[in-house]
Design a protein around this ligand. Structure first.
Ligand code: THU
Length: 135
């Protein structure tokens, strides 16, 4: 749970930096690496609504830009201001499935620190994946 507390702090700082002038719904995320490093992300919206990016995808894409790959990633935390722990959208589940191990943990939490822990595969069973393209 020590990891959770540190990840929560990073996600909260990112939550506070969220750019969400349209939905007013802020989200923070944190990727934990095997070397202990943490990479945060927030949602970033746009007047052209379809360009909005979710916090968890932002964090994972920043990790990739640093050269990080799935074998380096331990877990992901997603923080939302919701009554129940946040539920990642389908697009983010597909991106988690691409960039994280299937058994990597995803901590879903809220500002009350209610927590739900799921694996990537639990969030997206029977995912479309690389091997499906090799026909
Ligand atoms: N959003 C996230 O960042 N992550 C989620 O898990 C759910 C939705 C963002 C996208 C948009 O900026 C806002 O929340 C409302 O949908």
């Amino acid at each position: 749970m020590k990891d959770f507390e540190k990840m929560y702090e990073v996600a909260l700082a990112n939550f506070n930096n969220a750019y969400a002038p349209y939905s007013k719904f802020r989200v923070g995320a944190c990727v934990l690496l095997k070397n202990g490093e943490m990479i945060g992300g927030c949602n970033v919206e746009n007047a052209s609504y379809g360009l909005c990016i979710c916090a968890e995808r932002n964090a994972l894409f920043q990790a990739v830009a640093k050269g990080i790959r799935k074998e380096d990633i331990v877990s992901l935390l997603v923080l939302t201001d919701t009554a129940r722990p946040g539920s990642p959208c389908g697009a983010c589940r597909q991106v988690m499935s691409e960039l994280m191990d299937k058994d990597a943990k995803v901590y879903l939490t809220n500002l009350n620190k209610d927590v739900l822990v799921k694996t990537v595969e639990e969030l997206l069973p029977y995912a479309f994946e690389e091997s499906d393209l090799n026909v």
